[in-house]
Design a protein around this ligand. Structure first.
Ligand code: SF4
Length: 223
């Protein structure tokens, strides 16, 4: 489990505030923010950023507030809300706005710290602790790549970290309200469709394939 502190320490010493933790207020970020604050002796040594799609769960918004209060950090917000063109199914997805917001977040950054874990599913099974994302020109740090669900919860309880209460209601993975249901792993994300990722962690070819699969599933009546 020293992967976590070693990988974060590497990101901090190489990039400092040119590293960005993208925060979605899930259990992974509870552990990551806590560890970053320990590395920074109480101050967060990297930028912490969230993308607000405008359709986050009320519980997630409450967790956002708790994170700021409990951890004493200011979280940068990037707006990806599209009230005139909301998510209305996997075939018409707001992911493009979210991906565009990510590009904006990473503009000028050298590194992106994520909560990706190999255990989360096939699209993440090969995640390395440190990877180069050439198309965005950044280093990607996945300090939890080898962590299990059990290890995360052990850490959260040992350190009494704040976490999103939706996890206690059966949501193992939490995205936006219109397209997230309770479920283990990532099965509650876009349940009943072929979509498995918003697109942030896919390369363009994978993202196009995923969109086509989602469209096909809808056309076949399985959406
Ligand atoms: S989680 Fe759902 S609503 Fe949120 S950006 Fe992704 S597809 Fe859109």
């Amino acid at each position: 489990m020293s992967d976590l502190s070693d990988t974060l320490q590497t990101a901090v010493s190489r990039h400092g505030e040119r590293a960005v933790l993208l925060c979605s207020f899930q259990k992974e970020e509870s552990v990551l923010v806590d560890e970053l604050l320990r590395l920074g002796h109480g101050a967060c040594p990297v930028r912490v950023v969230t993308i607000d799609t405008g359709v986050l769960f009320p519980e997630t918004l409450a967790t956002w507030k708790v994170f700021e209060e409990r951890f004493g950090i200011a979280i940068e917000v990037h707006d990806a809300a599209s009230p005139g063109d909301p998510w209305s199914g996997a075939g018409h997805c707001c992911s493009a706005a979210k991906v565009a917001a990510l590009e904006h977040v990473l503009d000028g950054a050298e590194a992106w710290i994520t909560g990706i874990r190999r255990q989360q599913g096939p699209t993440r099974a090969d995640a390395e602790l440190i990877e180069r994302e050439e198309r965005r020109g950044v280093w990607k740090y996945n300090p939890l790549a080898h962590w299990s669900e059990q290890e995360l919860w052990r850490r959260i309880h040992e350190r009494q970290l704040p976490y999103n209460p939706l996890h206690d209601q059966g949501y193992a993975s939490i995205g936006c309200a219109p397209c997230t249901e309770p479920g283990s792993g990532r099965e509650g994300r876009w349940a009943g469709t072929a979509k498995t990722e918003c697109g942030l962690h896919l390369d363009p070819a994978q993202a196009a394939q995923a969109a086509q699969a989602a469209q096909a599933a809808l056309a076949g009546g399985s959406g």
